[in-house]
Design a protein around this ligand. Sequence first.
Ligand code: FPP
Length: 262
Amino acid sequence: MNLKGFFNREKNQDDLLRTVSSKPIPKHIAIIMDGNGRWAEARHLPRTAGHRQGVEALREIIKTSVQLKIAHLTLYAFSTENWKRPESEIRALMSLMVEFLKKELPELHENEIKINMLGDMQGLPQDAVREIQNAMDVTRHNQGLHVNIAINYGSRMEIVKAVKKIAQDISQSVLTPDDIDEHLFSQYLETRSIPDPDLMIRTGGECRLSNFLLYQSAYTELLFTDKQILWPNFTRRRYLEAISEYQFRKRRFGGIDVGEGV
Ligand code: FPP
């Protein structure tokens, strides 16, 4: 083992952390954790082994987010379209989430992390609903990183539900059509208490949003990794590099230059 190389790498990572920390940090990062299946297939392992390795990657990303004092991390764990997968894979994914919440809850809580859930709990296995509910209850007063886990989430479904609720509120004279504006609409979405994502990262090389936070990401900076970087090998270093790239982007929100990564 080349220990010199190892120590240099560690030192460089600390430098990178310091550099990233010294610049404006995104308040909200959303992640599409893609490529678990391909990671496993490349190793002749079952796809579920890729998801398991994906949880390991997730631990590092949560830890780094806490170190950077990021306010919100939103993770696309299971979409409304993922029900099309083989039943065995769905079961394995749900069990992994339950296992993650059971095992990690004490440490998440100790680190002031608040767990929140986006998506429709109906249709999820009972043990998953129980663990999610418990994690939300236990961490509800925490003031640190908010980890928003999107499970059985689809942005179009979220938007359609918001429209229905607005229509109901109008029919019950709670609202008039004139009350509807972008801000009011956003208050009917599941993300009502969460700022829009500043940065969305998708690993695995696909360049699409796959029905994730469509309304909320109107001005989000998008970062698609190349296809060799699958979620299980999205390391802390790569995360820091992604945030560093964001910090060099010029965000204009349709206006003129307001500076880098702010
Ligand atoms: C996409 O990769 C990944 C998923 C559908 C699941 C992501 C879930 C985890 C990382 C683990 C559980 C999460 C939590 C919150 C504990 P894919 O299978 O579509 O990959 P492929 O494109 O290579 O097939």
